[in-house]
Design a protein around this ligand. Structure first.
Ligand code: DC
Length: 220
């Protein structure tokens, strides 16, 4: 049986940082599902496809060949990681991620990846939908202020000129949109372990998750 680990939580809770480290420890492929929704937003904007044009969006996604290399998303041979993590994309991605037809296609792709490889996936609906049979589910949280602070540091370290209060506003707005959409909203799976990362170091979170995986692996 394949090993699959689900990590969910709101923007900036530390999902990708933690997932990459846990992936190394257990030799898992890291799948950043948020990057896949961001790729849809980026290419839809580039091609002037609005969020109401479902047919055009679906045919756009049907041209996508996505894979992860060194944790970066490669779309049709092009590394788009830097472009999809720009604040402009963060602002618009929720509206594309709330479309049922878009989610159906991406969830199918994500499940195909988990059937082929041992994976750790992070997102919003991994424990509740994509990997709902996984025995290893974690839900990371942190206060909006702590999450905005992390995003601020991450973006300024990349040399971007950003403003903390705008980031905090965006995070609060995105929490609302992601948690209140009709299709597969952000929600803790009943059987997920919740970890509040506000006051924990990255290593402490990785340790907690790794210990829990090891414990359950020995029970399987
Ligand atoms: O994790 P992130 O910030 O890169 O995610 C980008 C957006 O995609 C986020 O606003 C919610 C959405 N998303 C989703 O709806 N389902 C997922 N499995 C992953 C991300």
């Amino acid at each position: 049986m394949r090993l699959s680990v689900a990590i969910d939580g709101p923007a900036g809770a530390g999902k990708s940082t933690i997932a990459k480290l846990v992936a190394k420890e257990f030799d898992l492929m890291y799948i950043n599902t948020g990057a896949m929704y961001r790729a849809v937003a980026l290419k839809a904007e580039e091609n002037n496809i609005g969020d109401k044009d479902i047919d055009a969006l679906c045919s756009l996604i049907s041209t996508f060949e996505m894979k992860f290399e060194n944790d970066d998303l490669i779309l049709n041979g092009e590394n788009i990681q830097d472009r999809i993590t720009m604040p402009e994309i963060s602002k618009i991605v929720s509206k594309y991620a709330s479309i049922k037809e878009v989610r159906e296609i991406l969830v199918k792709l994500q499940r195909e990846m988990s059937n082929k490889f041992d994976v750790i996936m992070d997102g919003r609906d991994i424990g509740t939908v994509v990997l709902k049979d996984s025995k290893f589910k974690f839900f990371l949280t942190a206060t909006p202020e702590a999450r905005a602070e992390r995003r601020y540091k991450e973006l300024t370290n990349r040399g971007l000129d950003v403003d903390y209060s705008t980031i905090l506003e965006d995070i609060i707005k995105r929490d609302y949109l992601d948690s209140n959409r009709e299709v597969d909203p952000l929600k803790k799976a009943d059987d997920a372990i919740e970890v509040d990362t506000t006051k924990l170091s990255i290593n402490e979170v990785v340790k907690e998750i790794s210990l829990s995986i090891k414990k359950n692996l020995s029970v399987l």
